[in-house]
Ligand binder design. Sequence first.
Ligand SMILES: [Zn+2]
Length: 228
Amino acid sequence: MQKKYIPFAVFFVALLVFLAHFGTRYTTAAKPAFVFADTEKQIYLTFDDGPSTKVTSAVLDVLKEEKVPATFFLVGEHIATRRGIVRRMAEEGHSIGVHSMTHIASQIYASEEALLKDIADCAAAIKDVTGAAPSLYRFPYGGEQRARQKSLVEAQGYTVVSWNAECGDGIAKDATAESILKTAIKTAGNKSRVVLLMHDGAGHEATVEALPRIIAHFREAGYAFRAF
Ligand SMILES: [Zn+2]
């Protein structure tokens, strides 16, 4: 290099160092804002009482279209005739948990042995299709009221999943897509981690109808969709 170019070279190097420095500061300052927005608010869509033929298939279609994962708590007695639907749940990346073999309260809660048998039977039916033993459990008929049985179930290695928001599709038989959406939004409130209770058993067509709108609402509100 000729001597007269040295000052220009020094200036150029200094300029690069200056830009690199401020460039780095800019990106590190901007990054946390995006990370915060993406991870702070989460919603778990959870479906009880399936698999059903029409409703569960339609729910899976919506979830696939929207690229959203969900968690399904199954009734074991419905699995034998709908193995393909359960296989599809697993293949499309959704989480599958135990709800009950029979969903008949008087049988499930007759004794601790009866409860554990109900869970084991449902888990076996799931594993027979997916090849994986489920590790998630949701109590039929009641969330937090089952405190005494909770430790019993946890001792079997299950994670008990309750909910903190619901869409009213299980209680009101005449729930409409509109009422389901409104109840979901109202009960979710400002929670940063929403676990939404929904149903995909037979007859819950209104839930399917509401699902794309529920997803759109929470997506717009900045929630990330998660499965257990
Ligand atoms: Zn149920």
